[in-house]
Design a protein around this ligand. Structure first.
Ligand SMILES: [Zn+2]
Length: 224
């Protein structure tokens, strides 16, 4: 017997095969699922065209061993967030973090992230979008207890936006132990991206591959 499911899905990864596309979608009701679009990679497939990474879909699926896509309409493609290299990179990091962390449906949290992304996309304000996506990533890392944000010095407990960190934790400049930690700063986009790359690699084993031509490809170094 076929079991049908429909709802909102955010695409966090997608792979093309000869005829088909398999993608990973996160739904506030179904959690994270691998979904197959039979024939989605054929040239005339309307469904297939909706399956870019970072798109949000209203989708209808049926379950039989796997989830299969039967209908897909793009709800949001976050085109503004995908129009600038810095926001592309940050958006890509956000999807990688979601993919890595989001195993159980947490509806309220999903909708709060989704709503924030919509607002940033609609703001058409680049600076706000860049900082905003970074803050959403920090919020997710904080939500899943991967990193406390704002970062605090482990000695004086002050909030810090630059300083250094090692396996013991974060330190302000004054309390940094001599040359053993990695220094960081969160004041510019380049520094934020560099910080996230290091943190994700060290704490979650995620390595992000940035490719402006095919902006949303990521690889994970180790599996669970
Ligand atoms: Zn301190």
């Amino acid at each position: 017997m076929r079991e049908y499911v429909s709802g909102l899905f955010l695409i966090v990864d997608s792979r093309k095969y000869t005829d088909d596309i398999a993608f990973i979608g996160i739904s506030p009701f179904e959690g994270q699922q691998t979904i197959i679009s039979k024939g989605g990679n054929r040239e005339n497939s309307r469904r297939g065209k909706a399956l870019d990474i970072g798109n949000a879909l209203k989708a209808k699926l049926y379950k039989r061993h796997h989830y299969y896509l039967t209908e897909a309409d793009i709800v949001e493609s976050f085109s503004f967030l995908k129009s600038d290299l810095t926001t592309i990179v940050l958006f890509q990091i956000l999807l990688a973090v979601l993919r890595h962390t989001y195993y159980l449906p947490e509806r309220k949290f999903f909708f709060s992230v989704f709503q924030s992304l919509l607002e940033l996309d609609q703001s058409r304000d680049l600076e706000r979008a860049e900082l905003g996506v970074f803050l959403i990533i920090m919020k997710i890392l904080n939500y899943y207890d991967i990193l406390e944000f704002p970062l605090t010095c482990q000695v004086c407990h002050k909030n810090i936006y630059h300083g250094s960190f090692d396996y013991l934790g974060f330190s302000c400049d004054e309390h940094a132990t001599n040359n053993t930690g990695t220094s960081f700063s969160l004041f510019t986009n380049e520094q934020r991206v560099a910080f996230l790359e290091t943190i994700l690699r060290d704490l979650l084993g995620i390595t992000i591959t940035f490719n402006p031509e095919l902006p949303f490809s990521s690889t994970k170094k180790h599996a669970h």
